[in-house]
Design a protein around this ligand. Sequence first.
Ligand SMILES: Cc1cc2nc3c(=O)[nH]c(=O)nc-3n(C[C@H](O)[C@H](O)[C@H](O)COP(=O)(O)OP(=O)(O)OC[C@H]3O[C@@H](n4cnc5c(N)ncnc54)[C@H](O)[C@@H]3O)c2cc1C
Length: 358
Amino acid sequence: MRTLILGGGPAGAAAAITLARAGAAPILVERAAQPVEKVCGEFLGADAASLLAGLGLDLPGLGAVPIRRAWFGAGRHRGDFALPFPAWSLPRMTLDAALLRRAAAEGAELRCGAAAVAAEPAREGWRLRLADGAVLEGGRLVLATGKHEMRGLARAAPPGALGLKLALEGVELGDAIALLAFRGGYAGLQPRAGGGANLCLALAPGTPGLAQAARDPAALLAMVRQGSALAATLLRHARPGWVRPLAVGGVPYGFIHGAAGPAGLFRVGDQAAVVPSLCGDGIAMALASGQRAGMAIAQGGTEAAHHAAWARAVRPGMRLAGVADGLMARAPSALVLAVAGLPGLAGWAARQTRMGLA
Ligand SMILES: Cc1cc2nc3c(=O)[nH]c(=O)nc-3n(C[C@H](O)[C@H](O)[C@H](O)COP(=O)(O)OP(=O)(O)OC[C@H]3O[C@@H](n4cnc5c(N)ncnc54)[C@H](O)[C@@H]3O)c2cc1C
């Protein structure tokens, strides 16, 4: 029986491309008719770039902006280092669309604009019920719904942070990204292909000013500007490109799915593990987990073996990413002073926190 894939983000698309290349044309169900903006900084590091090349995508050809430097700001301190690996920025709408086009070209069947309302075990595998009343049956189900839970199949994850994204005009970053500390967290500022920048952050429940920042771009900008001299400089002419920030709730940083689960259900992407966003590895993890699940299914592997292998592969990198994220959130000035004083060490640390998934 054909494999069903639920969700057409990087994880679902990578699984679809891999299965289609193995001759097992899957059916992919994605609720958005066209790719949409997602809460994501859109940073692609070396792992993501190499995985995307393997899946047949050409980042410069898609208009990705090269990223060569990272700036850090906390209070009056500022640090700057050269990234020790090639990195890019590409809008998720462009990336997700290109991945789905690739999946279709490889032979996957796409059902875009179709939301699944239920996913349930069937006599010989899995059944998806779609909002328009259609029912699909398949041997295995790849669950790639990202931060969205399917009823009855929700992740056993702790309560999470609120992720926010705001497109900005009037911000010039050149080939740099910036990490900007403020009271209660830090934000990433990243050049947007086509001009301007993305401001992206994840706030723990209880962060002062959270509710207002989530609905008011001016309040969000003020919160970040107050955190550092670097933010005040970079954002001095910033104009919000949207009437309100895009938000996603319950982002469970540090979550890793255990091996147990219903037979034939393969979790990938954010459904399998959620890495803190400081290191910008979420898309690489989504691509790698989708690809590995596709290979496991094509070779007749079990979901339990796949989940256990995935947990082993990502646990060390996620621990390091958690340490880096905790330092930036709780001791930003110390971290920024270290970056300023020892840029070589910062580059080394940036290399160590790569997940090595490609
Ligand atoms: C604040 C923040 C900043 C981040 N910045 C970065 C960054 O700079 N770089 C990076 O690499 N990662 C970053 N990430 C992480 C990254 O965005 C995610 O890890 C990645 O998008 C996960 O991909 P995915 O395919 O699992 O899920 P998604 O990209 O969320 O895709 C899931 C898809 O499933 C579909 N779907 C859901 N439910 C249904 C349903 N019922 N029926 C049909 N379709 C459905 C959705 O429409 C969606 O298209 C960031 C995350 C946050 C919160």
